[in-house]
Design a protein around this ligand. Sequence first.
Ligand code: GDP
Length: 304
Amino acid sequence: MKIAAFAGGVGGAKLADGLAQILSPEDLTVIVNTGDDFEHLGLFISPDLDTVCYTLAGLANSETGWGRAGETWNTITNVEKLGGPAWFRLGDQDIATHLERTRRLKEGQPLSQITRDFCKAWGIQHTVLPMTDSPVRTMVASDEGELAFQEYFVHRRCEPKVRGFRFDGVEAAEPAPGVHEALETVDVVVFCPSNPWVSIDPILQVVKEIRKPVVAVSPIIGGKTVKGPAAKMYAELGIEPSALAVANHYRTILQGFVLDNADSNIESVIKDLNIKTLVTDTLMNEPADRKRLADDVLHFIGSL
Ligand code: GDP
């Protein structure tokens, strides 16, 4: 079975890792949100892409879910001592990634090519693609005005109340080389348990159309997110946060939906939307959970 997985950062990376443990390299393409990308300290930073790659390479910090394992913080500590901005925590090993990516981008190389080479260097066999090589920047409309995504997410710790989202540059952005090809050849597209508003929606806006069956895994369990602001965003936009809200979010393109055991009471409502359902344990706390959930998702897809 050939799968394209759409992923943001932490939640997406965990399921992508589970799928990669089961599917052979030619059967899995991970298409990653780049709307969170930004320039900081003169470096081009691609947080979701790095989280997915570090996770697939076994280099990720398992406690935070982002950044590198065994990280040191000398550079950012010294930047701070000099009065520079230190709100976006960059570890020393991680900075090497951003330095080399920035150098190559400045030479005019596309992000997809750089990502391919980094994956090779890190021993990642499955294909990881940025959604686009063009700059797309997620902008958060909030009660404090419009904020660039990392300003909202990291600097302001998601405190401003959201009013909506805009993906600056998305109209002009073409999918990165390989994205269309993957979407034409796969059997199914899986939306990993990533933030629907700011991780999956930007990818959807770039690819514009999916002509394959779509199965989504809910990032919301029992009305709450495992991590991050997705539930808070639904609430602030006037939608009760729940797995049902996520299913509704994607309802026009969804064939199947995977929700947690904790939400089994809403399964029938989702079925009424004409969406097939799988109720299972969707929490991926331990590395083994990733493979277990991926296995469940693949069996579910097989049954559709
Ligand atoms: P970000 O860019 O790092 O915020 O990452 P994503 O958009 O990929 O993931 C954030 C979403 O993943 C949040 O809504 C979380 O609730 C969800 N998430 C994280 N870990 C898990 C998990 O183990 N299971 C499920 N179902 N969702 C998860």
